[in-house]
Design a protein. Structure first.
Length: 235
């Protein structure tokens, strides 16, 4: 497998076209791709509702690199849908404005499934998270039409911290109820987060799960439930 080192200073959002609505939303970009590897990068955003970065937001970055690492499948006219994505935190998440990079490599693939590993690093080169992602291989589809960016104007300029609305606004959260040991989140995902087939990018599920669980940090007996309407998921 070919290895590629991506330096944070080499990343400029304007140099890379978005491949799907989630990249428009987050400022994540796939920066390079080979037959069995891919790299992606993201300037960590700042949210209106909280200064910290949910680890789940990096799921989009990890999923993008892991999916595009299956480059040989795309070359044959196939596409992939995320089945599951696991991220294990191994280091501290950098502050908003830092550039995080992801390197994905193919573990195995055929015309039915794909499996990739992914490693996320901060601007200092230290690992933030490692993970694996499993994909279902499907026939290729025409790329979706352009979507209106959900990020604010400042987010598309290099070296500027993306200033995003609250996660409730981004994900169309219609109900969020917390009980002593239970957090229930219901989201009506806006069309801008879906491709033209109504499918949500797989990495967004990690952010939704993370958002629902954050309310229960420090609470014993964690138990979170998620509800979705309108857009179908890619699970």
């Amino acid at each position: 497998m070919t290895s590629l080192s991506l330096e944070p200073r080499d990343f400029e959002i304007g140099l890379h076209e978005p491949r799907h609505p989630a990249e428009i939303l987050t400022g994540c970009r796939v920066t390079a791709r080979g037959e069995d590897w891919a790299t992606a990068a993201m300037v960590l955003p700042r949210f209106d509702s909280a200064p910290e970065i949910p680890l789940g937001w990096l799921g989009i970055l990890a999923d993008s690199a892991a999916a595009q690492a299956l480059g040989r499948l795309f070359a044959q006219g196939f596409d992939v849908r995320t089945v599951d994505l696991r991220l294990d935190a191994v280091g501290a998440v950098p502050a908003p404005g830092a550039v995080v990079t992801a390197h994905g490599e193919t573990i195995s693939s055929d015309h039915r499934t794909g499996l990739s590993s992914v490693r996320l690093r901060g601007p200092d080169g230290m690992d933030i998270a490692v993970g694996t992602a499993r994909f279902l291989v499907v026939p290729g589809q025409p790329p979706p039409g352009p979507s209106a960016p959900l990020v604010r104007d400042s987010a598309v300029r290099t070296n500027v911290v993306p200033d995003l609305p609250s996660l409730d606004e981004i994900f169309g959260i219609t109900a969020s109820v917390r009980h002593e040991e239970t957090s229930t989140l219901t989201a009506e995902l806006p069309a801008a987060l879906c491709n033209k087939h109504g499918i949500v990018h797989g990495g967004l599920h990690i952010s939704l799960i993370d958002h629902a669980m954050r309310a229960l940090v420090g609470t014993p007996g964690l138990n979170a439930h998620l509800g979705f309407r309108n857009c179908s998921t890619s699970l």
